[in-house]
Ligand binder design. Sequence first.
Ligand code: HEC
Ligand code: HEC
Length: 147
Amino acid sequence: MRIPLAGVLVLVLVLVLVLLAACQGNGPLMTPGEDCLACHSRGGGAHPYSIAGTVYNRADAVTTEGVGGIEILVTDATGHVITLVSNQAGNFYTNEDVIFPAFVEIHRDATVRHMAPNIENGSCATCHQQLPLNGAEGRVFIAPSGS
Ligand code: HEC
Ligand code: HEC
């Protein structure tokens, strides 16, 4: 069977477009710094998460400066511990059940930062935005050790 060259080219073009769309669309690296649960909650249009957010090097970072490989430990009101690791966009998320209030701690090498008030709401960016909001200093952040 012979496939015409034009047909092959069209097929390649379609594949490239599909891959590009997949990279920029909805998924693990989407909209860092945004209030994830605005959409990822019942009735929000995307499947629900209990905890989601983005972690940065500093409180006033811009959205795209998220840091990967940071551990986020959430201990819920029943003592259940969930450990999340941020991805290359700095995003972390889970749909595991969380009973609030929950204690939050983040780890980077030997550095640990914990949030003084326990959280009642799993969408970190409802308070942690570039500009201080609801008493938070800025982004969820943890500086690299030695800085
Ligand atoms: C404006 C709405 C909106 C916001 C804000 C949003 N998302 Fe999404 N997200 C979607 C939609 C729609 C989908 C595709 C449907 C789905 O998978 O639930 C999606 C899909 C995803 C997926 C893929 C789920 C899967 O199993 O395929 C992940 C992971 C994800 N989002 C993480 C996040 C994170 C983390 C944040 C915050 C930093 C976030 N999203 C913010 C709307 C949003
Ligand atoms: C209801 C508002 C609110 C929500 C939601 C919230 N925080 Fe906080 N967070 C605060 C306040 C207030 C402080 C104390 C002031 C400060 O240090 O920024 C704080 C401080 C922190 C700190 C210590 C300072 C820092 O930024 O490193 C960490 C870590 C932290 N929060 C992580 C989180 C994580 C992770 C989430 C989501 C799972 C979250 N917070 C959700 C309000 C909130």
